[in-house]
Design a protein around this ligand. Structure first.
Ligand SMILES: [Fe+2]
Length: 354
């Protein structure tokens, strides 16, 4: 059972008590928590504790605005099925990437629910470029759009989109490189000026798979968009998304590469990089990625980060892929997207999820 303790100041809502777990506010962030397990024994014991109390981790996730960091879970590297069992605590559908036709090189050879994010073969996924300049005026890692690009929420080009992702570091990049950035769309929504709140009410974003010739850059460059099969068509998503568990409203957006800049980024506004929709997206993203709403995760081997795609955005950062091999595993959990998606068949595949 997770319960909020009454903090003497009443300020931090992330002080939790939770049988079998130690849950503390995430240092360096206004949202999120670090979860450690009371018993020694590594991730196997942690999994047993979580399964014995299956509501505990999901409740901690929702109480902490959608971000949990679980350090010292390194046994998952030897027993990757543990990651899938942990994922099942967060929803009924853990994606089987073989059934959803991911590139074979991105699928874990033994555990098809694991999506491999790595610059190493066979995944061969390269990191994003460094921001220009690489540091802010204060010497910090840039997080704010448009200095920082690449903010997105996983698979927002699907309807219904997924709920939660679990992201695990087998071999992270060296310290100071290859961080993952998170932004809290719920607090950013609450902090929107009234003028912007009115503009986003009822608005829909048009999301699309990256690499289909519909990105901001592709449209600016005059590329011809690729013809898309029915299961890869752009999808509309509410810009303000009520969370199906907490009820909190959050900004649900991506930017340059995962919005459709041919028809969008927003339905009903003038499209393309020079349109009114582009101006609004820049304004919203600049607001949403202010340092006060963001967190920079510096990875240690064995870290597991669990994030709620319904209310958080995230972005990858550069690392020196010529010198270092980075290996990360991700699972994606779906099944509770909220009322707006009730009864919908998946847009992206005719096959049932495993
Ligand atoms: Fe992602």
């Amino acid at each position: 059972m997770v319960a909020r303790s009454s903090s003497p100041t009443g300020e931090d809502q992330r002080e939790l008590s939770c049988a079998g777990f130690d849950v503390r506010p995430l240092p360096g962030a206004s949202f999120g928590a670090v979860v450690r397990f009371d018993r020694a024994g590594g991730s196997r014991a942690a999994l047993a504790a979580a399964q014995a109390n299956p509501d505990a981790l999901p409740r901690a996730l929702y109480a902490c605005q959608g971000l949990l960091v679980l350090p010292e879970m390194g046994e998952i590297s030897e027993d990757p099925a543990q990651l899938v069992r942990l994922s099942r605590l967060f929803g009924p559908e853990v994606e089987n990437y073989r059934l959803t036709h991911a590139d074979e090189g991105m699928i874990h050879p033994d555990v098809p629910e694991i999506f491999v994010v790595s610059n190493l073969a066979p995944a061969n996924r390269q990191p994003p470029p460094r921001p220009d300049p690489p540091r802010t005026e204060n010497g910090a890692l840039p997080t704010r759009f448009p200095h920082r690009r690449g903010w997105h929420t996983d698979q927002s080009y699907r309807r219904p989109p997924p709920d939660v992702s679990l992201f695990y570091a087998v071999t992270p990049a060296p310290k100071g490189q290859g961080q993952t950035l998170y932004a809290d769309g719920a607090t950013a929504y609450e902090a929107l000026p009234a003028r912007l709140r009115q503009r986003v009410e009822g608005l829909e974003g048009i999301h699309v798979r990256p690499g289909t010739g519909r990105s901001e850059q592709a449209v600016s460059d005059g590329e011809t968009p690729q013809p898309l099969p029915p299961h890869h068509q752009p999808q509309r998503q509410p810009v303000v998304r009520p969370h199906p568990v907490t009820g909190k409203r959050a900004l649900y957006l991506c930017e340059a590469g995962q919005m459709d800049w041919v028809q969008g980024p927003f339905a009903g506004m003038s499209p393309g990089p020079e349109g009114d929709g582009a101006r609004l997206l820049y304004e919203l993203m600049t607001h949403l990625t202010q340092p006060r709403f963001t967190y920079v995760h510096e990875w240690e081997a064995g870290d597991l980060v669990i994030y709620d795609n319904r209310s958080l955005l995230h972005a990858a950062t550069w690392f020196d892929a010529e010198r270092y091999g980075r290996l990360m595993w991700r699972t994606t959990v779906a099944g509770n997207p909220g009322e707006a998606y009730a009864g919908e068949e998946p847009s992206w595949t005719a096959r049932p999820l495993g």
